[in-house]
Design a protein around this ligand. Structure first.
Ligand SMILES: C[S@@+](CC[C@H](N)C(=O)[O-])C[C@H]1O[C@@H](n2cnc3c(N)ncnc32)[C@H](O)[C@@H]1O
Length: 234
């Protein structure tokens, strides 16, 4: 299958800024308690098979099913999920982002790959996290991405998404003093919730928080966090 131009540009851009991104983003979660709260809630749900109807836990009682961070970048969120007791690994489009992730988190598994075609068997995962990564997926491919999340999740498995809220995309042609070509698609939570629902992943919780306008990690827009779940009997 030929790759859309924007996917190529996304990979090349993140390859260019991988080391700078890792340095910049390293302390971000520590500065964002509400974001950590959503990750903690997700981890609890996956660990306990929470929400009613099971899911999330392995059939032989060996603990939670694997969790995949798609668009894991330099691995900081995957590492946070592992710290919350989840068997977490990451996959990302950019080989350079993955190289940084492997170096900073040698105990965790990171693979190069695309969220449009995940290398995971049907129904094998307890959870999928897409933390500021579907922001780089164009509109017409979002249903295919969410169908892929649905495919790899076990019945009752959980999905957590984070994204910027808005109507207009932001195009960046420079970051950390380097040339890039990246589109950041800001979206409305209700639009993403409807697409998740269409994919068989009804939303069970949502957090909308205002932009942080102080400190080292200021934001231009409000931020959305959606927690959805594959139906236990699907
Ligand atoms: C803003 S970064 C977020 C990285 C990480 N989740 C974090 O919060 O630090 C977006 C990441 O999504 C990845 N990405 C974009 N499109 C992707 C795709 N189709 N498949 C896999 N990863 C993708 C990029 O390579 C980049 O590393």
């Amino acid at each position: 299958m030929t790759e859309p131009d924007y996917v190529h540009a996304t990979r090349t851009s993140y390859d260019t800024i991988a080391a700078d991104y890792a340095r910049h983003a390293a302390g971000e979660l520590a500065a964002k308690p509400l974001d950590r709260g959503m990750l903690a809630g997700f981890a609890d749900l996956v660990r306990t098979g929470g929400g009613g109807g099971g899911g999330g836990s392995s059939a032989n009682g060996d603990g939670p099913l694997p969790v995949l961070e798609v668009g894991c970048g330099t691995g900081r969120v995957t590492a946070h999920l592992a710290g919350l007791g989840l068997p977490a690994s990451g996959v990302d489009l950019s080989p350079e982002m993955i190289a940084v992730a492997r170096q900073s988190e040698p105990g965790l598994r990171f693979d190069v790959g695309s969220m449009l075609s995940l290398d995971a068997p049907d129904g094998s995962l307890g959870g999928v996290v897409a933390w500021y990564s579907v922001i780089h997926i164009e509109e017409e491919q979002l249903p295919a991405v969410f169908a892929e999340f649905h495919r790899v999740l076990a019945p009752g498995g959980h999905v957590l998404l984070a994204f910027q809220v808005g109507d207009e995309p932001l195009r960046l042609t420079e970051a950390y003093g380097r040339p890039i070509a990246l589109d950041f698609h800001r979206r409305r939570p209700e639009q993403i919730a409807a697409l998740l629902d269409d994919a068989g992943l009804p939303v069970r919780a949502r957090l909308l928080r205002e932009a942080d306008d102080e400190g080292d990690f200021t934001e231009r827009t409000p931020q959305a966090f959606l927690l959805a779940r594959k139906r236990p009997t699907a």
